[in-house]
Design a protein around this ligand. Sequence first.
Ligand code: ADP
Ligand code: MG
Length: 323
Amino acid sequence: MPETCDATTPAIEIRDVVKLYAGSKKAPPKLALEGLSFDVPQGEVFGLLGPNGAGKSTLINIMAGLVNKTSGTIRIWGHDIDKDHRNAKLNIGIVPQEIVFDPFFTPFEVLENQGGMYGVTKALRRSEELLRAVRLEDKRNAYARTLSGGMKRRLLIAKAMVHSPPILVLDEPTAGVDVELRRQLWDLVSDLNAEGVTVVLTTHYLEEAEQLCDRIAIINHGKLIANKPTRELVGMMGEKIVAVTLDRDITNLPHDPRFHKCVKAGERLIEVTYDKAEMTAGQVLALLQDQGFTVQDVSTREADLEDVFVQLTSGEAGAAEAL
Ligand code: ADP
Ligand code: MG
């Protein structure tokens, strides 16, 4: 049984993980994870995407030891979270979705206490360095309760890193934060990853996943429906969309068997979706002109992750099989 981690071991190995929340008088039992299996490769920024209620936090809370799984196995840096709990825990830092702090400690104390809890000796503590990394050095001695929401989130990231784990997991790090802080968090994630830390983050901001993640897994209703390098996932559809503004109100729509979709998107605006392997934007425009439409303005865009996401989670038959 390999209990060590070499360069080929996945940073995290998830196998057949099932979570059934027991029901109560008020709520029926809920099958939150239906047998999830996937690997997080070492060194990547790995995005775990899915709509609300998909099971993302359940999975992360199981890794954090906050929720007990019903069945299945998880290995962290090669260590089984049940059989080798101590080593599994030492190799991961987790920032949960909910912010919880003792309001009477200062950021410096929060980090020192956490270091103590992980048995990090005084000589090896990195509290000052971590405060600098999350730009909280000037809040070193302020009470945690006086920090803004964004500062608390950054402090939680520093707290998750006190024992220098090779894996950092962030559950919805940028939910409800402003644009400026989101940028800062993205930079922080990129810096940590550049230093070799494997990062797993959940998000429902597709733009964020597209920008930051090397690989994306999508879960829906507790099931894995995609797991691919980001570029592949985005390019998967191969669709392109041309939006044309006409010189008059639309009374009928253009048609062609190669159009995947053609919709009226405004009084004078038509959007044509087509496969870029089948035709070009120029051909679409020529067809429109042939059919008597006078084009005033044109713009095009590639199908992005949002289109892929909508298609995959809308439950269309065949979409999941294509993966
Ligand atoms: P996500 O983080 O993707 O939004 P969650 O893991 O929080 O999803 O939730 C997955 C499903 O499990 C949801 O249907 C949610 O209502 C349910 N759930 C989460 N926590 C509990 C709990 N403690 N007891 C019962 N059901 C829960
Ligand atoms: Mg969640």
